[in-house]
Design a protein around this ligand. Structure first.
Ligand code: A2P
Length: 312
C-alpha cells in the first residue's frame, strides 16, 4: 500500500525550555553560493531550523538567506558552532559568528569538537582553519587545554543573550561523563550533535543523552556525501513497497527514533523531500535497525585528532 507522506512539524524541547523543530537543514559541505540558495529554498518550503558552523565558512550566506526569506527571525531556530582554534575565547568567536550571520543571537551554540587546536600554529591569521604541525599532524593541544575549560567559558554565554542555549558536538559518552562530573560544571549541555544513520545508530549514546536531558542531533543522517545509505538494498526495498523515495524512508526512521535530524542538501527537490515523512511499519523499522547488526557499524566522519581520543 502506498504510504501517506506529510510535512514534519514535530517540535522537541531543549532542557532550557526552548523549542527546536525536529528536522533542520544541514549546511556542511554546501559550497560557494549553494548555502544561500539552499537556506532560502528551505525557509520558503517551511523549514524553521538551520544548522551551520563557523568552519563551514557559509555563515554569511546563511544569514543573508534568513534575512531575504522574510521569515521573522524569532520563528527560525539557528545553530552555529565554535571552531577548535577558538576554545579559549568562545565569546569572541560567537561575536564573530553573529557578525557574519548578521544576527543578534543564535538559538544554539555548540562546541564543534571536544578538542582544542593550538592557535600558535595558525598560518596567515586564518583562524577558521585546521592548523598543522611540521609533521603534517593536526596541532591538537592536550597539554595546556581541555574541553572542560572550554565548557566553563561556554556555559556563561546564555547570560549574554548572544545565544539562547549552549551544547556540544561529537561528544562520546565518556567525554560527556567527564564534562558533567567536572568541578566547574554548572550547566548540562542542551544538545549533543553527532553522526547518526542506519550504519551508525548510536543507541547507547542516544539513551545516555536522553537520561541526562540532552537533546541528540543527527548529522550526516543519510551517510554524508552522495547519501550512500539511500543505496542500501533494504532501504530501496522499503521505499518501493511504500511507493516513496529512499530519502523519505531514512528520514522517517530517524524521526521515529525521536531526535533532531539535520539532512544536508543544496538541491531544491531533495531539500523538500527531506522534510516529508511517513510512519514506518514495525517490520520496516526493525529491518532498518538490523542493517548495522548485519553489516557492522560504519563511521563516515572520523578526522584524526590524535593523540586525543574523540570517540573512545
Ligand atoms: P545534494 O546536496 O546535492 O542534495 P547527509 O545529510 O547525510 O550529510 O547527506 C548529504 C548528501 O546526500 C549530499 O551529497 C546530498 O547531495 C545528498 N542528498 C541529500 N538529500 C538527498 C536525497 N533526498 N536523496 C538523495 N541524495 C540526497
Amino acid at each position: 500500500m502506498p504510504a501517506t507522506l506529510h510535512d514534519s512539524t514535530k517540535i522537541l524541547s531543549l532542557n532550557t525550555g526552548a523549542q527546536i523543530p525536529q528536522i533542520g537543514l544541514g549546511t556542511w559541505q554546501s559550497k560557494e553560493n549553494d548555502a544561500y540558495k539552499a537556506v532560502l529554498t528551505a525557509l520558503k518550503d517551511g523549514y524553521r531550523h538551520i544548522d551551520t558552523a563557523a568552519i563551514y565558512r557559509n555563515e554569511d550566506q546563511v544569514g543573508q538567506a534568513i534575512k531575504d526569506s522574510g521569515v521573522p527571525r524569532e520563528e527560525i531556530f539557528v545553530t552555529t558552532k565554535l571552531w577548535c582554534t577558538q576554545h579559549h575565547e568562545p565569546e569572541v568567536a560567537l561575536d564573530q559568528s553573529l557578525k557574519r550571520l548578521g544576527l543578534d543571537y543564535v538559538d544554539l551554540y555548540l562546541m564543534h569538537w571536544p578538542v582544542r587546536l593550538d592557535p600558535a600554529y595558525i598560518k596567515n591569521e586564518d583562524i577558521l582553519s585546521v592548523p598543522t604541525k611540521k609533521d603534517g599532524s593536526r596541532a591538537v593541544d592536550i597539554t595546556n587545554w581541555n574541553f572542560i575549560k572550554t565548557w566553563e567559558l561556554m556555559q556563561e554565554l546564555p547570560k549574554t543573550g548572544k545565544t539562547k542555549a549552549v551544547g556540544v558536538s561529537n561528544f562520546s559518552i565518556n567525554n560527556l561523563k567527564d564534562l558533567l562530573a567536572s568541578q566547574g560544571n554548572k550547566l548540562t549541555p542542551a544538545a549533543n550533535q553527532v553522526e547518526i544513520h542506519p550504519l551508525l545508530p548510536q543507541d547507547e549514546l542516544i539513551n545516555f543523552c536522553k537520561s541526562k536531558g540532552i537533546v541528540v542531533e543527527a548529522y550526516s543522517p543519510l551517510g554524508s556525501t552522495d547519501a550512500p545509505l539511500l543505496k542500501e538494498p533494504i532501504i530501496l526495498e522499503i521505499a518501493k513497497k511504500n511507493n516513496v523515495q529512499p530519502g523519505h524512508v531514512v528520514i522517517s526512521w530517524h524521526v521515529q527514533r525521536g531526535y533532531v535530524v539535520l539532512p544536508k542538501s543544496v538541491n531544491p527537490d531533495r531539500i523538500k523531500t527531506n522534510r516529508k515523512i511517513f510512519t514506518l511499519s514495525t517490520e520496516d523499522f526493525e529491518a532498518i535497525n538490523n542493517i548495522s547488526k548485519e553489516k557492522g557499524e560504519k563511521r563516515v566522519v572520523h578526522p584524526n585528532w590524535s593523540p586525543f581520543e574523540v570517540f573512545k
